[in-house]
Design a protein around this ligand. Sequence first.
Ligand code: FAD
Length: 450
Amino acid sequence: MLTIAEPSRTTPVAHEADICVIGGSCTGVFAAVRAARLGASVAIVELGGFFGGVATAGLVNVWHSLKDIHDERQIIGGLTQETIDRLHRRAAVEFGTSPHAAYFLNTEELKIELDNLITEANVRPFLHARFVTPAVVDGRLDAVIVEDKSGRRAIRAKYFVDATGDGDLIYRIGLPTRFLGDIQPPTACCIIEGLGKIEEANPGFKLNEAVFNPEFPEALKLGFLWAAWVAGSRDMKMVAGTRVANADCSDADQLTAAEMEGRRQIRAMVDILRNHFSRGGEVFLRGVPSYIGIRETRHAKCLHSVAEMELLTGHAFEDTIGCGTYHVDVHHSEKPGLTFRNLDGTEEWVVPGRPPVRGRWRPESDDTPPFYQFPYRSLVPEGGKNVLVAGRLIDCDRGAYGALRVMVNCNQTGEAAGVASVLALAENSTVADVNFARLRQTMRDGGSLL
Ligand SMILES: Cc1cc2nc3c(=O)[nH]c(=O)nc-3n(C[C@H](O)[C@H](O)[C@H](O)COP(=O)(O)OP(=O)(O)OC[C@H]3O[C@@H](n4cnc5c(N)ncnc54)[C@H](O)[C@@H]3O)c2cc1C
């Protein structure tokens, strides 16, 4: 490979904190806020101009159920519940009827609410700031170097949380990461106006069949599409229908290509609606994401890798830091559609326009667990003395990832990483030595339901 030599340089320290979180989705924000509420000084670095990650930059506006599969006992609380309550006070969340699509968020209001959480907790924000390289001293991460409008600056901290989704921090430190094989494809979501009128004018119209209909020259390659009303509107939908197969978005060139291919597919969807269904009604493209929605790239290699069967059988861990019910949901790259596997033993392969293929992943029994659990050790990277991961970086197998990747679960990993960093700070210990019982109790004291 052709290379150039850069001159060596010294870098000014912009800020010193107890804990520094890299990546400002809800996962990262919740990590920072939980740590700050326990008295730590905290900084957060986000490459965009606002917080929220896939929920805001990616336009994905659905949070799943906070209750068990019987829709009775609440199993997720903490900052997820608090944020829903805050959005509710702004008339910025709608409550769904299906347990799998429980909350439709106004993601523009979410951006402002996350600012408020950061400000009220006195977290030092760095926006438009990209983590570029770590500074490791005597085998321990001492600082992160960021590039922002002011140039290249260092943020020193005692503990760090990698909430970048792609594991930029752990990867560049040299901690072990891995891919789980067939990467779940990225999707450029969009907001389309005029869909309510199209539904009225075309009885039986199904968006998730229309865009893949091979009779239309603009048709997308058969994949999967779902859509949700934008909170407060009955004519505008957030549409997740594009799919860029086999794109590894942790690779800069593949990310660039995926962004442009995603937008090309969005244009094709709008053209299908305009050319074949609008019947004089107007269809408008109202929003494209500022960052393509990345389902999956690297995973951290941690002290525990969560197995699909641990989740689906409701295994209880001594270090459980989160609970969930969202089913295993694997978007295929190698074939159309997606596969669901449920706690009750059923499974389904769903492809638009075809009847679902239903079966069971286990025989019928009375042993259906009401929810699943995931452990702290799946956030503790092998060899990472003062670094934790949170969010979709979690160590797990492919099936478990199909469930754990949703935001209500990622949010809990962020809260756990924030609380654990403070406990490690108090004990001057490695993140692996955090006492599980104390972690769980401190999380409960801060509102988590464990
Ligand atoms: C199309 C699509 C639809 C989905 N649908 C749903 C759904 O309906 N409901 C649901 O709950 N989940 C859904 N998911 C899954 C879920 O949204 C993600 O798995 C989850 O948001 C991942 O959270 P995260 O915090 O790990 O990563 P992200 O949300 O990707 O956040 C990572 C953050 O880190 C920042 N960052 C990255 N690198 C750097 C760097 N070097 N320096 C500084 N900052 C950096 C990014 O800007 C971003 O803000 C969907 C995902 C996709 C892609």
